[in-house]
Design a protein around this ligand. Structure first.
Ligand SMILES: *Cc1c(COP(=O)(O)O)cnc(C)c1O
Length: 475
């Protein structure tokens, strides 16, 4: 039963027509169609009635002003832009939840040029007839990696699916038990294998797989020997894995093609930056592997993509598989991928033009300088409301790449005096633009490695704003 006060309040709510004729609704009507505005107002009113019944709203929420503001909020959350840019202060360079690799201005410009016009996506300008979507990419990949051929699809999961479906549908694929990985919760080798129609043939044990395990497993149903980069973990201790050369040797002896799911798709030597263990695409191909698959947006530093490179006859079979049509890359991504790969052909190398690589390689002096500036300007803006120091920490490559490699560097550590670190983190996360930081115990940490361009200068005011919005209590 509703009491009389509740009923009165419900009755006092202005009607939709009354609201829409009020000048306070002029702004929202300029931004959205009549139909959308009406829907947003109705939704806002439903929400208000609900709150009144639960005793969470009173007369102040029933005014035209309050309802105009509520309708705006409803519209923003339901039909406003959802994907926003954020500041990544975590120090995790290829952060899967934050969109992995940011692109350079130059690459973004290439996307926008192709977006704004018609293009020769599938048109051969020389011959004046239908062309092939992947032809330019194929040449670039040939020059950069020594691959005979290459094909690009939506992401690496799609690349693995297409390769397995093409090369091994209804037949067996031999994989070591130590490599049956899961990446980011939704990519699992056994499940992708099942989807592709290939039959998984596990060999060896979790920690040790020997050449004879592969040799013994080859039979009349074997289609492929697959090696998978254990991107996000390492098996250490009493271990044995069969190296690529050995695997290629076994494959050749038995007449079975070999494939490697490389994951990260590193095209350049990162050993100078303390990341020695990553095998490049070129190295994998030079060892004679027939097909290699990798992501475009991990260590390659480009857009979301999956690239398949290797033997021309096998890649051609994949290209003409019906699945390829369903998994193919769109023109904007293709433009971005091309522009990213072109950075690898520059005389100065790819580090300057690819933000992901630039951040991994960012010199210590630059990081120290940014940390110092950030620390000092946060102090200036926040006074005695927090303690700000610089401590040494470690960033990560992330994205399921190089799990054992640290990226050591300075971190700005903020310890609020009157509110909890969790409250500061939340305030920053809900700011405009949102800032994503790590929290440890009583401190919020900012790693300058993953800050782009002018973001160092934005952060102090964003921190101060959180404190300004806080009353002085811990909560
Ligand atoms: C990241 C990764 C994948 C999945 O790649 P996406 O581009 O995210 O689809 C597959 N295999 C390995 C080894 C990986 O590291």
């Amino acid at each position: 039963m509703q009491d009389r006060a509740t009923n009165n309040l419900l009755r006092s709510i202005p009607s939709v027509d009354r609201l829409l004729s009020d000048h306070l609704f002029e702004e929202i009507k300029k931004r959205y169609s009549d139909e959308i505005v009406k829907r947003m107002v109705r939704l806002a009113l439903d929400e208000l009635r609900e709150e009144i019944r639960e005793g969470r709203a009173g007369p102040a929420e029933c005014t035209v002003e309050a309802l105009a503001a509520r309708a705006w909020r409803t519209a923003l959350s339901r039909v406003g832009p959802r994907v926003r840019t954020v500041i990544n202060a975590t120090g995790v360079v290829v952060h899967t939840n934050l969109g992995r690799s940011p692109l350079s201005k130059k690459v973004a410009d290439r996307i926008s040029r192709v977006a704004l016009s018609y293009s020769n996506l599938e048109y051969d300008l020389e011959r004046g007839r239908r062309g092939e979507r992947n032809s330019h990419l194929r040449m670039l990949m040939q020059e950069l990696t020594g691959a005979q051929a290459a094909l690009a699809v939506n992401n690496n999961a799609a690349a693995v699916l297409l390769a397995l479906s093409t090369l091994a549908e209804g037949r067996e694929v031999i994989v070591s038990r130590g490599e049956l990985i899961e990446i980011g919760g939704s990519f699992r080798i056994p499940e992708v294998m099942a989807r592709s129609g290939a039959v998984l043939k596990e060999v060896g044990t979790t920690n040790r797989t020997h050449p004879r395990d592969y040799t013994d497993a080859v039979g009349e149903h074997t289609a492929l020997i697959l090696k998978v980069h254990t991107s996000n973990y390492r098996i250490v201790g009493f271990t044995r894995e069969v190296g690529l050369e050995e695997l290629v040797g076994i494959g050749r002896e038995k007449g079975i093609p070999t494939m490697m799911d490389l994951g990260s798709g590193c095209l350049t030597d990162l050993s100078a930056y303390g990341l020695a263990e990553e095998t490049t695409v070129q190295e994998v191909l030079a060892k004679g592997v027939d097909v290699v698959t990798f992501s475009g947006d991990k260590l390659l530093g480009g857009p979301q993509a999956g690239i398949i490179a290797g033997r021309a006859d096998l890649i051609e079979r994949m290209r003409t598989n019906q699945l390829a049509r369903a998994l193919r890359m769109d023109k904007l991504t293709l433009a971005a991928l091309e522009a990213t790969l072109e950075e690898y052909t520059r005389p100065e190398g790819p580090f300057a033009g690819i933000p992901t690589l630039e951040m991994i390689a960012r010199p210590r002096e630059l990081l120290e300088e940014a940390a110092l500036l950030l620390c000092q300007s946060i102090r200036d803006r926040t006074g005695d409301r927090c303690e700000v120091t610089i401590e040494q920490g470690v960033g990560r490559v992330g994205g399921g790449a190089l799990p054992m490699s640290d990226l050591p560097g300075p971190r700005v550590v903020i310890r609020p005096r009157h509110v909890s670190a969790a409250r500061l983190e939340k305030g920053l996360r809900e700011g405009d633009p949102p800032v994503i930081c790590l929290v440890k115990e009583d401190a919020v940490m900012m790693d300058p490695r993953t800050l782009l361009r002018d973001q160092v200068s934005l952060l102090p005011q964003l921190v101060a704003k959180v404190f300004d919005g806080e009353t002085d209590h811990r909560g």
